[in-house]
Design a protein around this ligand. Structure first.
Ligand code: MIC
Ligand code: SF4
Length: 753
């Protein structure tokens, strides 16, 4: 069955006509993302040229995807909007809440039991509003989307930052917060600043140990965690066409790690092969008939520098495997340099655990290449030195990996198969001994490696590499092992060397028929009321936030001045806290507990200006709230990088944080804060960050005159009686200022209803 085929057919039916209008309007050769973006303008946007990086544009995406940890808040908000059904097809995927501990079977049982209330809630909301529901065990959102829903030229938003994974199938797929999903599900335009374009030309061909993962690991090193901010990254060139569809998806998936709005490849034969193999020949035929509209124009490919805002070229024939990390995905080390880098930085060389899989790297190609390394190890009589764990991305993949003997191979070298879920990628890993906080190293093929993310231990050094490199390193037990050049001692005491990995792009025996775990919406349940127990500690009906009272902010105590990297994992940690994703009051107890306090360099220990005592961030925020005070949060660069979780924005709003002032924001987090009604400001002079003192009371004034492009005045009242006035920038447009005034974007939607 092809999901929502009518929507896809209509899209392709209209595409040629739309592209010819776009050509006339823009009057220049088009890149593939311009074609897709402009063919998805919301009707009221009108046909005109928008300026990249400057103009806000309303779009009309084709579909919405949500995973269980973010869907709860998204759907709780959607329910407040009072609609009968979603305006575009949408799906919910149960993947984040499954804890990895004892292997797939036992862990699934526990998950279904412990998360019953949440799963029941999601499933009944899906039934009521005609949303596709993928049961726990079906797989990870991005893998399911690639296997079932993505189509070349389409546009999708998803409440997860790795939604861009679908760029592997030529889709503009963008990670957003739940409130954005609500816009699209209620039929409103979805607003985005028209992205700039980064063009990456791939020449040559991957060979030996290098894989698509190494392309994005290298790109992350080149562009850093914020280098893709506000940009669509387009890959093209002969090298791009030689990469499998799933390999392309890996690259697009990890575009989130450079802050890119999304990444994309033009439609090509590899995508067509994947569509056909996954039972979507009709989609492949339609895309093939529209090929010219789904690829960049020849003029663009001939003179890319003229059409892209940034242009990079990478020769795949010369690319080395990379290992990125620890603690940040952009610290890129070519494998040949790892011995030097590890020594220089004092990274613990013994690898405790190697983990492969996740939404990023569990294609048939990935699994078969990793399995070839494992088979080679058996042939060479090598014993695996590290623990080895595998998380298949979907039931579909697990099924064929089992059928074709790969899982058996992994088990034979000591591997353990976890459930088809996020698991250790998001701290859902009940790792034995992690609570002891011992210094140790793990290596995985996931996408993120921020502190504490894998197992909650701040002293776990997590490195990212391709599945085949992770497998080889897990077998060797050493971070510094280079399978391209180094030998290992086998059980006979002989020196042996791995052969190059070999895999298959697609399963020769097909994907097979499986029970996918999809639950078709049962519309007969449509009238039923969604019940949430009043005493539930996992779900809580949302109350609208108050409107802005029209007054300036005066005397707001500083809540925390965060030092250094402050990702959404620092702001609203996952792992243990995932269970409160549907309960705003409870999850607010994790607000900023991972952020480092500038004044004492400690996490979760800040001054309560009222009592003079030090306490946790959530307690101090609550104390201010209870005494009727708002507060201000200060941060540094790329604040809120990482996840799309809007809890990181709803929690401060709930805790009465009035403004977040930082050196710069990550895109999704800034939008999330704006949508929830928290004022987002950036220092117009970044050095002003240094002026903020621990005992400051802060005024933010002339808010009545807030206008696009106009700076905002911030007064720092120091405890010695002196005060300093600084200016801050904001990126609000007219419509967004209305969100602030209404108290949240959702309050506005409710008014318009
Ligand atoms: C992640 O990879 O950080 C997550 C968990 O998938 C998040 C979503 C979430 O926090 O629920 C993301 O990437 O958006
Ligand atoms: Fe799940 Fe990790 Fe993928 Fe996020 S990045 S969707 S946590 S597997």
């Amino acid at each position: 069955m092809i999901f929502d085929f009518e929507v896809i057919k209509t899209f392709y039916g209209e595409l040629a006509g739309k592209i010819s209008v776009i050509r006339q309007t823009l009057g220049h050769p088009l890149t593939v993302s311009e074609k897709i973006l402009y063919s998805h303008l919301y009707e009221k946007s009108g046909n005109k040229t928008f300026r990249r990086g400057i103009d806000y544009v309303d779009f009309a995406p084709d579909r919405v995807a949500m995973q269980d940890a973010t869907a709860q808040m998204a759907l709780l908000q959607f329910m407040m909007a009072g609609k009968d059904q979603t305006s575009v097809p949408a799906s919910v995927h149960c993947d984040h809440l499954i804890m990895a501990k004892e292997g797939a079977t036992a862990d699934m049982k526990t998950a279904v039991y412990t998360n019953k209330e949440v799963y029941d809630f999601l499933s009944s909301v899906c039934n009521k509003y005609d949303i596709g529901f993928w049961k726990p065990g079906a797989g990870i959102i991005h893998q399911i989307i690639l296997e079932n829903y993505a189509f070349p030229g389409g546009m999708m938003i998803g409440t997860d930052s790795h939604t861009p994974n679908a760029g592997g199938l030529g889709m503009i797929a963008i990670g957003v917060g739940g409130a954005d999903a609500v816009d699209v599900m209620t039929g409103m335009g979805w607003e985005l600043k028209l992205p700039k374009l980064v063009g990456i030309k791939l020449t040559g061909k991957l060979n030996g140990w290098t894989s698509p993962k190494d392309i994005i690991l290298k790109v992350a090193g080149l562009l850093t965690v914020s280098g893709g901010t506000g940009c669509v990254v387009e890959y093209f060139g002969d090298g791009a066409e030689s990469i499998s569809c799933t390999g392309k998806a890996t690259i697009c998936n990890m575009g989130a790690e450079i802050g890119a709005t999304c990444s994309i490849f033009s439609f090509d034969d590899a995508m067509s092969r994947y569509l056909i193999a996954t039972g979507r020949k009709e989609v492949s035929d339609l895309a093939t008939a529209n090929r010219d509209h789904l690829t960049s124009d020849p003029e663009v490919l001939a003179e890319p520098k003229k059409y892209y805002d940034t242009f990079i070229e990478i020769n795949l024939s010369e690319l080395e495997p990379y290992i990125n990390g620890p603690f940040t995905p952009d610290l890129a080390t070519p494998i040949s340099q790892m011995k030097i880098a590890a020594k220089k930085n004092n990274w613990p060389e013994d690898v405790e655990v190697g983990l492969i899989g996740s939404c990023t790297n569990s294609s048939y190609e990935d699994i078969s290449r990793a399995a070839s390394v494992a088979r080679d190890a058996m042939r060479l009589k090598l014993k695996t030195k590290s623990e080895f764990k595998i998380t298949p991305g979907s039931e579909q993949i697990r099924f064929i990996a089992e059928r074709d003997g790969f899982l058996d191979t992994f088990t034979k070298i000591g591997g353990e198969i976890f459930a088809n879920a996020c698991g250790p990628c998001i701290g859902q890993w009940d790792r034995k001994g992690a609570e002891k906080n011992l210094v140790n190293t793990v290596i995985h093929s996931f996408n993120r490696n921020f502190a504490k993310r894998t197992d909650g231990n701040p002293n776990t050094y997590a490195f990212v590499a391709s599945p085949e490199v992770v497998t080889a390193i897990a077998i060797s037990g050493k971070l510094t092992f280079n399978p391209l050049t180094d030998t290992l001692l086998n059980t006979d005491g002989k020196e042996v060397k791995f052969s190059e990995p070999a895999g298959m792009e697609l399963p020769p025996r097909g994907f097979g028929n499986i029970d996918s775990g999809f639950q078709k919406p049962d519309k007969s349940g449509g009238k039923s009321e969604i019940k949430i127990a009043a005493d539930s500690d996992r779900l809580q009906i949302l109350e609208p936030f108050n409107e802005w009272d029209g007054k300036d902010f005066r005397g707001l105590p500083l809540l925390i001045k965060a030092k250094g990297k402050c990702t959404t994992d620092h702001i609203s940690m996952a792992g243990f806290w995932l269970k409160y994703r549907g309960h705003l009051q409870n999850i607010s107890n994790n607000y900023m507990i991972g952020a480092v306090n500038f004044f004492n360099e400690k996490t979760n220990l800040i001054l309560n200006q009222n009592s003079g005592q030090y306490d946790t961030v959530p307690s101090v925020a609550r104390a201010y709230k209870e005494s009727g005070l708002g507060s201000v949060v200060i941060g540094e660069e790329n604040f809120g990088e990482g996840s799309s979780r809007e809890h990181a924005a709803m929690e401060p709003r709930y805790l009465n944080v009035k403004a977040v002032i930082v050196k710069s924001f990550a895109r999704i987090h800034e939008t999330n804060l704006k949508k929830q009604g928290v004022l987002t400001l950036t220092f117009s002079d970044k050095a002003d960050y240094n002026k903020i003192q621990e005992t400051d009371k802060i005024d933010i004034v002339d808010l009545n005159q807030m206008a696009p492009g106009k700076q905002v005045k911030v007064v720092l009242n120091h405890s010695d009686g002196k005060s300093e006035t600084i200016t801050a920038n904001h990126s609000y447009n007219e419509a967004q200022i209305e969100w602030f005034k209404a108290g949240s974007a959702l309050n506005l939607i409710r008014k318009l209803k």
